[in-house]
Design a protein around this ligand. Structure first.
Ligand code: B12
Length: 217
């Protein structure tokens, strides 16, 4: 949540996550909800904490077990907020069709599942093809499902090459002109978007919906 400092209740949620205290996390989430805070804003507060967990992991102040605990804690938070946490999922919606997956080599899916929940809530027909999805599988699913939009998620640096490989595979299969491609997750930015050859990227799940809305109504 760049550009603004956190309110006391938001900071309390960040602190509870950094202490890996699930009861306190759920209590703070409840408190923020009762105070009228939007679930998506709460996700972005939780993201501040997860960025810190990631930093501490990188600098070896935390270990893999704690990274896993952080992930589980975040999943409980998402469940408490009413977002989907499982894969794969299919929802029938009246608007356009979106194919969503985390690219090859990457299993991070918490953010992807928020994007999924939000698209479904906004009336889109979404097929979630899960995590660690090879380029060829994206191509197969585009052929089968004929989506308007392909959404790729990836948090690892190596995921950027997988995203590029997926776009290249769509070009190779003659399908690139039939779909719009959007990328997101963690460190994805405009540079990554250009590198992989996507049409757009979004910093948050809400952006994913806004961009799909612009493209397919
Ligand atoms: C939780 C976590 C895990 C969990 C994941 C659980 C799960 N089911 O997803 C576990 C423990 C499994 C894990 C494993 C690993 N992780 Co990890 N992980 C994280 C952590 C702390 C949080 C990620 C997260 O869920 N954030 C919260 C969600 C809500 O944010 P988000 O995904 O960015 O999604 C938001 C937006 O980006 C957007 N969005 C998401 N997807 C999409 C898609 C589209 C199309 C759009 C438009 C928008 C969009 O919407 C969301 C809401 O706004 C990050 C740190 C970080 N800064 O992200 C490290 C991090 C991503 N992990 C990292 C690493 C190194 C690993 C491991 C390699 C560790 C290891 N040694 O095994 C493995 C990799 C496994 C693999 N092959 O993928 C590094 C990656 C470094 C790099 N540059 O490559 C990070 C950055 C930590 C760090 N600083 O070192 N990890």
């Amino acid at each position: 949540m760049p550009g603004r400092s956190l309110a006391a209740e938001e900071q309390a949620l960040v602190d509870a996550i950094l202490e890996f205290d699930e009861d306190a996390v759920l209590e703070q989430v409840q408190r923020l909800r009762s105070g009228g805070k939007d679930p998506l804003q709460i996700v972005e507060v939780a993201r501040v904490a997860m960025d810190e967990v990631g930093q501490r992991f990188q600098t070896k102040q935390l270990f893999l077990t704690e990274l896993i605990m952080g992930g589980e804690l975040l999943k409980s938070t998402m469940r408490a907020l009413g977002f989907a946490t499982g894969t794969p999922a299919r929802a029938e919606g009246a608007k356009g069709k979106v194919l969503l997956g985390t690219v090859a080599g990457d299993i991070h899916d918490i953010g992807k599942n928020i994007v999924l929940s939000l698209l479904v809530a906004n009336g889109y027909d979404v097929v979630d093809i899960g995590v660690d999805v090879p380029a060829g599988r994206f191509v197969e699913e585009v052929r089968r499902y004929r989506p308007d939009v392909v959404g790729m998620c990836g948090l690892l640096t190596v995921a950027f090459d997988s995203m590029k490989a997926t776009v290249d595979a769509l070009v190779g299969a003659g399908l690139r002109d039939e779909v719009k491609v959007i990328v997101g997750g963690g460190a994805v930015d405009q540079k990554v978007c250009d590198y992989v050859g996507a049409d757009a990227w979004g910093p948050t799940a809400a952006d994913a919906v806004a961009i799909c809305r612009k493209w397919i109504g």
